[in-house]
Design a protein around this ligand. Structure first.
Ligand code: PLP
Length: 400
């Protein structure tokens, strides 16, 4: 339609949002559906965070906040980065946004000229390539092979760099694979980035706190301090603090980039909500013991899901280091026939088969740039996960 902007022609709607919506619609229509498509914790926001937001409302903290966020929250974020990552940031190097998603979008909006290339590592979070395309940039995909834990090596990254490369987006632990980079693996990438001083690094650390088996998170700038002057940290409260609906994320980076992002913010949403900021301040300055408790539950669920999926005919599933996703291969079911005679041609057909026959909603791998796989979010009650995995085993056994 001529009325719509051509910049949207290359943008696909988010498949994860689409599948979650479909699962909800089917459920509302009375079908017995287990939704494993949604990337959000099933735990509620901790009480002390809710209480801080309620108090902000009662105290009349209801006016427009500054576009880059309340000074108190920005200070708490500076303290957090210093404590966790050993990096020093000032108040004017922090930007609070409407979720980490808006920070990513504003950074690309503020920096991408038509034709600029953004390297994204597949399997990737669905939004990286499409946000790049929306900003008229060109996503360049580098695939992390399953044999390498879905992680990209230095030489693989280097082969994708061109004079047009503007950003490389890193995401550890990763959505959709849960894979996290060890210090040595991250150094493989930072050694390459060190040699290319014009390339900027976006480090999407949103799952930083959700790690298992004592795995240690590492920021690229901890390994290679020179990267800090051309790095944007993206993080937020959605995942670790169970605050997805509050819509609060943040970025930390060099002042000129933050000023440019602040300009985008001031001409779009102005800021995020003052109430969400009060909650996030309580999150960063309050007790953190619930995170370890949640991680213990996530780890048990990960082990359950990995073990049950590895018992399903035709599926194999790697044990990830963090986040709350697994990314099993369904190579062994491709080409098989469903009881109704239809062939399972690809991961999209397999996901549709699981939904139709067993009411299990998963997201097919093609949406994340690597097939034939699918993503399961195990941020769901353990009994439901057990039921879902039993249904998946049954669906696989019914293929011939
Ligand atoms: N980055 C990754 C890898 C994600 O999975 C998500 C959410 O799903 C985000 C960023 C953005 O999260 P939010 O906008 O809720 O902060």
């Amino acid at each position: 339609m001529g009325f719509l902007a051509s910049r949207l022609d290359r943008v696909r709607p988010s498949q994860t949002v689409a599948i979650t919506t479909l699962a909800r619609d089917l459920q509302a229509a009375g079908r017995d559906i287990i939704g494993l498509g949604q990337g959000e914790p099933d735990f509620d926001t901790p009480e002390h965070i809710k209480a801080a937001a309620i108090k902000a409302l009662q105290d009349g903290d209801t006016g427009y906040p500054p576009p880059n966020g309340s000074p108190a929250l920005r200070q708490a974020i500076c303290d957090k980065i210093k404590r966790d990552n050993g990096l020093n940031y000032g108040l004017d190097q922090i930007q609070i946004g409407v979720g980490g998603k808006q920070i990513l979008f504003n950074a690309l909006m503020a920096t991408i000229n038509p034709g600029d290339e953004v390297i994204v590592l597949a399997p990737y979070w669905v939004s990286y390539p499409d946000m790049t395309a929306m900003c008229e940039g060109v996503p360049v995909v580098v695939t992390g092979r399953e044999q390498n834990g879905f992680k990209v090596t230095g030489p693989e990254l280097e082969a994708a760099i061109t004079p047009k490369t503007k950003w490389v987006i890193l995401n550890s632990p990763s959505n959709p694979t849960g894979a996290a980079y060890t210090r040595a693996e991250m150094k493989g990438l930072t050694d390459v980035l060190k040699k290319h001083p014009d390339i900027w690094v976006m480090s999407d650390d949103i799952y930083e706190y959700i790690l298992f088996d004592d795995f240690k998170f590492v920021s690229p700038a901890e390994i290679e301090p020179s990267l800090k002057d051309r790095m944007l940290i993206v993080n937020g409260v959605s995942k670790a603090y169970c605050m997805t609906g509050w819509r609060l994320g943040w970025g930390a980076g060099p002042k000129p980039l933050m000023a440019a992002m602040n300009k985008v913010m001031s001409q779009s949403t102005t800021s995020t909500s003052s109430i969400a900021m009060a909650g996030a301040l309580a999150a960063y300055t309050g007790p953190h013991d619930f995170i370890a408790e949640h991680n213990a539950v996530f780890q048990q669920r990960r082990d359950l899901v990995v073990s049950m999926l590895n018992q399903a005919q035709g599926l194999t599933c790697r044990r990830p280091e963090g986040a709350f996703y697994v990314y099993p291969s369904c190579a062994g079911v491709i080409g098989r026939k469903a009881p109704d005679g239809k062939t399972i041609d690809n991961d999209e057909a397999f996901a549709a088969y699981l939904l139709e026959t067993e009411g299990v909603a998963v997201v097919f791998g093609d949406a994340f740039g690597l097939s034939p796989y699918f993503r399961i979010s195990y941020a769901t009650a353990t009994e439901l996960l057990e039921d879902a995995c039993t249904r998946i085993q049954r669906a696989c056994a019914a293929l011939s």
